[in-house]
Design a protein. Structure first.
Length: 255
């Protein structure tokens, strides 16, 4: 059975970025439809345990937690392979690794900005490739990649973050085309402003949404055979307009 045909029905789920509010909302939405066996991978062991307990309380028969550092790509292959092995396989991977970093264009703290690139592009890209390799070897599956609308046309207000997500987004799209015939499906998710810990204190952008809203869009995309989903859906039209704005006008946008 192809990954597209499976849609959201896969019962073994790996969340890379196991304390991500959006990632947990997606896994929770999957769990609400039918019990899942789940592996949560991340750095914050206490946060992982809280997430695991919530999923067990909602009916998951088994939730594993494993330590994973997105900034340590030399460990990714072993940890991803271990999560698959301990679950007895995997049907759906949710890649929800990312940091926001300093807002604006040229950053004051360049070292911190480089860390954003290392986590969002290199780290997340490494995890994406390792997960894709495992699924291909197993005969197929689905990877949900949390990108951002900022990836479509990075702005001066989020130059580093937008560029970091653009790199991951491009890699995900290219791999999706390469792996299609191997039964590996990659669904790219482009949320706008989402009310989470990461955005707390920031002024909400137009069409702001919640992790639950993103999760609903993801499940609809999984079941509908989509390759890319925007959350909320109206962002697709907005970004179409944004891409058409001439550069001299676009650079005047400060938000």
């Amino acid at each position: 059975m192809s990954a597209v045909a499976v849609g959201s029905s896969g019962h073994r789920v790996v969340l890379l970025g196991g304390t991500s509010e959006i990632g947990l909302a997606i896994v929770g939405a999957l769990q609400a439809r039918a019990p899942r066996e789940i592996a949560l991978l991340g750095r914050d062991q206490q946060g992982l345990e809280r997430g695991a307990e919530a999923l067990r309380s909602s009916g998951s028969p088994r939730v594993l937690t494993l330590t994973l550092d997105a900034a340590a790509p030399e460990s990714h292959g072993d940890v991803v392979a271990r999560s698959f092995a301990e679950l007895g396989g995997c049907d759906i991977v949710v890649l929800a690794v990312g940091v926001l970093g300093e807002r604006g264009g040229l950053p004051d703290d360049i070292a911190a900005a480089v860390n954003v690139l290392q986590v969002n592009t290199l780290g997340a890209g490494s995890l994406l490739m390792h997960a894709a390799r495992e699924l291909r070897a197993a005969g197929g599956g689905t990877i949900v990649v949390l990108s951002s609308v900022a990836a479509e046309r990075p702005r001066r207000a989020n130059a580093v973050y937008g560029a970091s997500k653009a790199g991951l987004d491009a890699l995900a799209q290219g791999l999706a085309d390469d792996l299609h015939e191997d039964g590996v499906r990659i669904l790219v998710v482009r949320p706008g402003f989402v009310h989470t810990r990461m955005t707390r204190g920031l002024d909400p952008a137009p069409l702001a949404c919640t992790p639950a809203d993103v999760a609903a869009s993801v499940l609809a995309g999984l079941d509908g055979g989509a390759q890319t989903v925007w959350a909320p859906r109206a962002l697709r039209l907005l970004m179409l307009v944004m891409r058409m704005i001439p550069r001299p006008l676009f650079r005047r946008l400060r938000q």
